[in-house]
Design a protein around this ligand. Structure first.
Ligand SMILES: Cc1cc2nc3c(=O)[nH]c(=O)nc-3n(C[C@H](O)[C@H](O)[C@H](O)COP(=O)(O)OP(=O)(O)OC[C@H]3O[C@@H](n4cnc5c(N)ncnc54)[C@H](O)[C@@H]3O)c2cc1C
Length: 473
């Protein structure tokens, strides 16, 4: 039993959706393209799962957040794929790949062959068991990576109304889930080993601001320690978590967000692997010229960082690497090497931040940390290489993006400190001779803007729960 396609996308997440749209725009013919996904639904905007999906009132549900609404583009519903002759092979796990023979074998034993393969397998959530802690299969312990996890989390939350939750991990998932739990009237204790939240990105000063906001909403932080075991009742439900320092925290549910690992296993020993991902070149091509890698699974050269190989775990990079790979496949002679400005964002409660570039080197904080509009620049060898801003508007975010993309040279550090955000606003308006060919992409107006139209009621629910300070969707 077997099927053959010209193009196959392995994985049906964010990158797959954006790649499909690009293929269709570049004239892929009916029956030429197939997407194989373990998930049972067409590609969707995964960031929705820790935001709109967890709202207590009028939550976002599919089909509202199928890709590509996150880029204010078309919404690719299952019908869209049908109309465009793109085969969606859903609920199907690929269990092995042979890049020499150009074949994939599914868990059901079907062989699917390709001429060109895009690997878009993303990443999986790390399990507590990988750190020696047993029991994360209990009914009230939740992870969050896919729609099934999110639906389960909603059910567990609903059964814990006015109860307590422990969130393990202080990164993106931990912070966003903690905010959602509070919104669902659940008391939260966050536990993580680092000295402050979002340790991979935030400075202590930035983290202090957000931790203060969480604390004002009743969140309790236990830092510098890890979970070692669970206490369970006779039905196996977790009733308390035990920490390394001996602390016992009673709880009604647990959410675990302790990081992810790229899904490279199918290609180990077949493709070059670096930084935990499948190594690709500036056209997203792997060490096998018929295989491309995009999204969370791809480790690609970032020109801005001297072509250092990076693997990013963010939606903007998934969208853009996917688009770029398809351009490279369909129009190789017209496609230059990928020139990407790393961009991350998050939204919790009424707060909203964006970050561009790299967070290494000297940090300069600016703005009003009490009033909630502040940021930071990261300087390396006299140039701005990273910038963070909480509470900005579009013009301000574009300005910080631009000074990072230009790697603006700093003549006087004290001037940057003094002028803060205004430094980026002014400096980004300057026309530089070398910038004539440079295009700073608009920060993609995230999918929430479009999804918000479809789920307008959730805006008011959100405002009710969080207090509205600025646009959320
Ligand atoms: C809850 C949550 C919130 C997030 N919020 C943000 C945010 O606010 N901002 C931000 O920048 N980023 C955010 N991210 C990260 C962002 O969603 C990812 O960077 C993005 O989804 C990566 O896209 P991808 O297509 O590479 O992988 P994914 O979207 O993970 O898709 C991978 C797909 O491959 C499938 N797959 C894997 N292996 C196989 C196999 N063997 N056979 C068949 N199918 C397979 C999976 O089932 C899945 O459908 C969030 C992630 C999560 C989980």
């Amino acid at each position: 039993m077997g099927r053959a396609f010209v193009y196959v996308i392995l994985g049906g997440g964010v990158a797959a959706g954006y790649a499909a749209l690009e293929f269709s725009r570049r004239g892929v013919g009916p029956g030429e393209l197939c997407i194989i996904s373990e998930e049972t639904v067409a590609p969707y905007e995964r960031p929705a799962l820790s935001k709109g999906f967890l709202l207590p009132e009028a939550p976002a549900r599919l089909p509202a957040f199928h890709t590509c609404v996150g880029a204010n583009d078309e919404r690719l519903t299952p019908d869209w794929y049908k109309e465009h002759g793109i085969e969606l092979v859903l609920g199907t796990r690929v269990k092995s790949a042979d890049v020499r023979r150009k074949t994939l074998i599914t868990a059901m034993g079907e062989t699917i062959s390709y001429e060109v393969l895009i690997v878009a397998t993303g990443a999986r959530a790390l399990k507590l068991e990988e750190f020696g802690v047993k029991g994360s299969d209990a009914v009230n312990v939740c992870y969050l990576r896919n729609l099934a996890d999110a639906s389960r989390l909603v059910n567990v939350m609903q059964s814990c109304n006015d109860g307590n939750a422990v969130v393990i991990g202080g990164g993106y998932i931990g912070m966003e889930c903690a905010a959602a739990l509070v919104t669902n009237r659940i008391k939260v204790t966050m536990v993580f080993p680092e000295a402050h939240c979002m340790a991979r990105l935030f400075t202590p000063k930035i983290a202090d601001f957000y931790e203060g906001q969480y604390e004002s909403k009743g969140v309790n932080f236990i830092k510098g320690t890890v979970l070692t075991s669970f206490e369970n009742d006779s039905e196996g439900k977790v009733t308390a978590v035990i920490l390394k320092d001996g602390t016992r925290v009673p709880t009604d549910m647990v959410v675990v967000g302790i990081g992810i690992r790229a899904n490279t296993a199918l290609f180990d020993g077949q493709l070059a692997i670096e930084k935990g991902g499948i190594k690709v070149n500036g056209r997203m091509q792997t060490s096998n010229s018929s295989v491309y890698g995009v999204g969370d699974v791809a480790a690609f050269p970032v020109k801005l960082f001297g072509s250092d190989i990076r693997r990013l775990e963010h939606v903007d990079s998934a969208r853009k690497t996917a688009k770029h790979a398809v351009a490279g496949i369909m129009a190789p002679e017209k496609t230059a090497d990928f020139d990407y400005l790393p961009f991350f964002y998050s939204r919790v409660f009424s707060f909203s931040w964006q970050f561009y570039g790299d967070n290494v080197g000297q940090v300069i904080h600016y703005g009003d940390f009490l009033g909630g509009k502040f940021g930071a620049y990261w300087l390396d060898k006299g140039r701005i290489i990273g910038a963070f801003l909480e509470g900005g508007n579009r013009e301000e975010y574009e300005a910080i993006a631009k000074v990072v993309k230009r790697k603006t040279t700093i003549k006087d550090v004290s001037e940057v400190e003094r002028r803060g955000l205004d430094y980026a606003l002014r400096s980004s308006q300057q026309v530089l001779p070398e910038s004539s060919g440079m295009i700073v992409e608009r920060p993609m107006c995230n999918w929430h803007a479009a999804a918000g139209v479809a789920v307008a009621i959730s805006i008011s629910a959100f405002a009710f729960w969080y207090g509205r300070r600025r646009r959320r969707w």
